[in-house]
Design a binder for this molecule. Structure first.
Ligand SMILES: [Zn+2]
Length: 109
């Protein structure tokens, strides 16, 4: 019994592996940037409220909280699109810094 051609699991070439790693670094960088921005915004709004600042740039502080919440929702949506394995394109889940894709085994770092 022989396997059909489509079942042959081709090992990625060195070039493909290098490309997976490069894309992973780009995606990890993006993810860190949006998450860090979100945390910074949360901190800023928190400090403003603690200090009793009523408004910033003409916008009430309470509304900034809503904006930050909206940004948080966008961050989550962005993660669904961005945080994927460059090789198999499946979600990397909550693993923050995986060395390998736990689904297809592609080296990411
Ligand atoms: Zn994968």
């Amino acid at each position: 019994m022989s396997l059909p051609d489509t079942q042959v699991t081709a090992q990625p070439t060195e070039e493909q592996r290098a490309e997976f790693k490069r894309l992973f670094l780009v995606r990890r960088g993006r993810r860190r940037l949006v998450v860090a921005t979100f945390l910074a915004l949360v901190l800023v709004v928190f400090i403003l409220r603690l200090r009793g600042v009523d408004e910033v740039l003409g916008v009430p502080s309470g509304r900034w909280g809503l904006y930050v919440l909206g940004y948080g929702v966008l961050t989550v949506l962005f993660s669904f699109v961005n945080w994927r394995c460059p090789a198999c394109n499946r979600a990397l889940g909550r693993y923050g810094n995986p060395r390998f894709c736990f689904r297809c085994g592609a080296p990411l770092q």
